[in-house]
Design a binder for this molecule. Structure first.
Ligand code: TXA
Ligand code: MG
Length: 333
């Protein structure tokens, strides 16, 4: 995972180079008007997994997909009237809108953490806009810092945290807003505030003509907030019961495999699928949500998951699987 990290100037040559690297599945940090983002092509699962590896983040959050303009946003998400109004007023700018994911897009399931919704944002920083235009693909980008550190507002902050862990940093001028984007969910009947940020509540309410509902569903574990019970609800949870560290498959179970060695009893499994035959954690992370979903929609009631090493990305995979295996609110009684 160690590699040389290029520092790229934001001139025409540099922008073209950064865009080509992103299209090639590499990790490129770039300035936005809020903070520096660590970008990867949202359609390449292994590139998205690389973000978690580079940040050393021990859990998977749905990420924000950055696009060049509203037209590109509409190719990925479904905008109701309120979402459209907010996009018209605040894009480009520090507002992220959570909308239903348009069926049939090529967005990796890891980018949305398996959800049927997607967070979209059109940044206003000229360097970010040029990179997005040149890349021509949605770019997921959390803040470009190591997990647990503060969000970077200068290229040197990114360098200090992520040198040798990512492929490039695009130099930019400052990030004028300095705090993350405001996140508004447009999934329900009325828009609701998920995370305060660069656009104020008053500005949004002024445009909507009414008060914003409060959802407070910030799911980031580094948000320095106590973990609220409602937090898990925004995560994809399989309907099937999940059993972890299975070395033997029981009759009637579906099996989520890892590595080349089959567990005993696999013949009796209702269905099985391998996260990574070659035992590669990045490939496993990229496949996790889509494979869980595939087993789930096949109608099985129990999914047995083989042991997955807890090193590197295995920690985030294990965290997600533990949540999937935890009793559902409906099962808690
Ligand atoms: O300003 C920003 O938004 C920066 C810059 C780089 O653009 N990015 C950023 O990304 O703050 P990140 O990954 O730190 O925050 C993503 C937030 C998380 O709190 C996540 O829970 C929420 O967006 N989110 C993403 N998709 C969601 C979804 N489908 N439903 C609910 N929340 C979602
Ligand atoms: Mg962050």
């Amino acid at each position: 995972m160690e590699r040389d990290t290029l520092r790229i100037d934001p001139d025409a040559t540099g922008i073209a180079r950064a865009a080509a690297m992103l299209r090639a599945g590499q990790l490129v940090a770039f300035p936005t008007e809020t903070v520096y983002g660590l970008g990867a092509d949202a359609c390449q699962g292994e590139a998205v997994a690389g973000i978690y590896e580079a940040k050393g983040r021990p859990s998977f959050n749905p990420l924000i997909a950055h696009v060049a303009d509203f037209t590109h946003a509409e190719e990925i998400g479904v905008f109701n009237a309120a979402a459209r109004t907010l996009a018209e007023h605040f894009w480009p700018g520090p507002l992220t809108l959570v909308v239903p994911l348009r069926p049939g897009t090529r967005i990796s399931a890891l980018a949305t953490a398996g959800l049927d919704s997607i967070a979209l944002r059109v940044p206003s920083h000229p360097v970010a806009r040029e990179i997005l235009q040149a890349a021509g693909t949605p770019i997921v980008a959390p803040s470009a810092n190591r997990s647990g550190r503060v969000s970077p507002t200068e290229a040197d902050h990114v360098w200090a945290d992520l040198n040798r862990r990512i492929d490039a940093i695009v130099e930019g001028w400052s990030t004028p807003v300095g705090v993350e984007s405001t996140i508004v969910s447009c999934l329900g009947a009325e828009p609701s505030l998920l995370r305060p940020g660069g656009v104020t509540r008053a500005e949004i309410e002024n445009v909507l003509g009414h008060a914003l509902a409060d959802a407070l569903a910030e799911t980031s574990i580094d948000a320095a907030r106590p973990v609220a019970p409602g937090l898990l609800e925004s995560h994809y949870a399989p309907r099937a019961a999940v059993r972890l560290n299975a070395t033997e498959i029981m009759p009637g179970e579906a099996a989520l495999l890892f590595g080349p060695e089959p567990p005993s009893g696999l013949d009796a499994a209702k269905a099985h699928i391998n996260l990574s035959y070659r035992g590669d954690l990045r490939e496993a992370a990229a496949n996790l949500f889509s494979m869980l979903r595939r087993l789930d929609i096949s109608g099985v009631t129990r999914i047995a998951v083989m042991p997955i090493p807890i090193e590197g990305l295995g920690e985030a995979i294990g965290d997600r699987l533990k949540r999937a295996a935890a009793p559902r609110p409906s099962q808690r009684g």
